[in-house]
Design a protein around this ligand. Structure first.
Ligand code: HEM
Length: 404
């Protein structure tokens, strides 16, 4: 095995200029040279960066690995993230059995069956947004006109959050997920969001609607199973995860298809099965939740010839796993007809994305509807002039100028 470099690589590494869809080359190169390697973090601490798909699949299921972000060794990703870690804890940062108990309260809402039942409603929202876009005429920013409102409207309906408050919660979540946000701004945005959602859930105890937060209000808050803060922390997770991720996937996915006209045509004209397959491949290829699955070792672990000591930080680089040639042939190529079923875009193990079925239905309907409505859709800017979200935990584009 090659010797570890004297100065560990700084993580996250930078993407290569002009290659906005590829993970940082320094990360993917480690797959071949040193698949479990020491990296240095923003605060000078170090972590083990795990790049191989097989090692990540094993570690993310290993009960000796913890997602508890209050443990001293936890690899936070910036000063704001570090400051906020003791606050607003949701099951994303808990281990089983506590994690499982809390996550189970929501799993029935996100099954394949339940999310497929939402398809007509999702299609209705898509059609309304596309009608408005067509009426407004070109050029347009696809993020504000389509990619962001679509998942925001859907998660608001599911949770029972008034969409009219979208400026407030979208701005708060943009601050929270930016790794460069200052600690005080993260704490302020997060605190305001928690207060807003806590009050909303409390209101629903006496004024229930047909929505998920009303159920949490009656089954958890009113019964004393959970505190107002616990309910609000979970609502915050669902609200942010429910719109930021899918919104970026819609915009970035459209951007990448526009660079591959043949594959774009196949998504536009494909059968639902072919489109569903294409969505998995785009999830693999883009890995928008790109800052690794961050964990701490609870015990000593031997893996891949490396000794991970109890207390060490571990980062499973799911962007690298999605480019692992041991699992995906020619992983650097977008190929919407390959089987990308084993991708790690939704993570792996007990924390694997709760909302993945909902995201799939939204994406499978959104891309073909957009491309059919505007067959002449094209970028209204050079690719090089588009601002990519380098510093947020969800990768994407700030704006996507399009015309047709
Ligand atoms: C967890 C990605 C959409 C809710 C995760 C994780 C990833 C991910 C990578 C694992 C985190 C970890 O292991 O540390 C994505 C992507 C999406 C998406 C790429 C869209 C393209 C959604 C949606 C929801 C959602 C629509 C709806 C509410 C969650 C929740 C968790 C999670 C609640 C935490 C699960 C747990 O800790 O048990 N997601 N997600 N996600 N996601 Fe998503």
């Amino acid at each position: 095995m090659p010797q570890a470099p004297a100065v560990p690589m700084r993580w996250p590494a930078e993407r290569a200029p002009g290659c906005p869809f590829d993970p940082p080359p320094a990360t993917t190169e480690l797959l071949a040279t040193e698949p479990i390697s020491r990296v240095s973090l923003w605060n000078g601490r170090t972590a083990w960066l795990v790049t191989r798909h097989a090692d990540q699949a094993a570690l993310l299921r290993d009960s000796r690995i913890s997602a508890n972000n209050t443990l001293p060794g936890y690899p936070s990703i910036g000063a704001g993230n570090e400051a906020a870690r003791a606050h607003n804890r949701s099951f994303l940062f808990m281990d089983d059995p506590e994690h499982n108990v809390r996550r189970r309260a929501y799993t029935a809402d996100f099954t394949v069956r339940r999310t497929r039942q939402l398809a007509p409603r999702i299609q209705g929202i898509i059609d309304d947004l596309l009608d408005a876009l067509e009426h407004q005429g070109p050029p347009a920013d696809l993020v504000t006109a389509f990619a962001l409102p679509l998942p925001s409207l859907i998660i608001c309906e599911l949770l029972g959050v008034p969409y009219s408050d979208h400026d407030f919660f979208q701005q708060a979540s943009a601050v929270i997920i930016n790794t460069r946000s200052a600690p005080e701004t993260v704490l302020k945005a997060s605190g305001e969001l928690i207060e807003y959602l806590g009050n909303l859930i409390e209101h629903k105890v006496h004024h229930p609607g047909d929505d998920l937060l009303s159920r949490i209000a009656s089954q958890q808050l009113a019964t004393g199973v959970s505190t107002k803060e616990e309910c609000a922390n979970e609502a915050r997770l669902l609200l942010i995860a429910g719109h930021e991720t899918t919104a970026n996937m819609i915009a970035l996915g459209t951007c990448v298809l526009l660079q591959h006209p043949d594959q774009l045509a196949a998504v536009r004209d494909g059968t639902p099965e072919r489109v569903a397959n294409a969505v998995e491949e785009m999830l693999r290829y883009l890995t928008i939740v790109h800052n690794g699955r961050r964990r701490v070792a609870l015990e000593d672990i031997e893996i891949g010839g490396v000794h991970i000591a109890a207390g060490d930080a571990v980062i499973c680089a799911n962007d690298a796993a999605n480019r692992d040639p041991a699992v995906f042939d020619a992983p650097e190529q977008l190929d919407i007809d390959r089987s990308a079923r084993r991708h790690m875009a939704f993570g792996s193990g007990p924390h694997q994305c709760l909302g993945q079925n909902l995201a799939r239905v939204e994406l499978q309907l959104a891309y073909p509807a957009l491309l059919r409505r505007f067959p002449g859709l094209r970028l209204d800017s050079e690719l090089n002039d588009i601002r990519f979200k380098e510093t947020t935990v969800v990768y994407g584009v700030h704006e996507l100028p399009v015309t047709w």
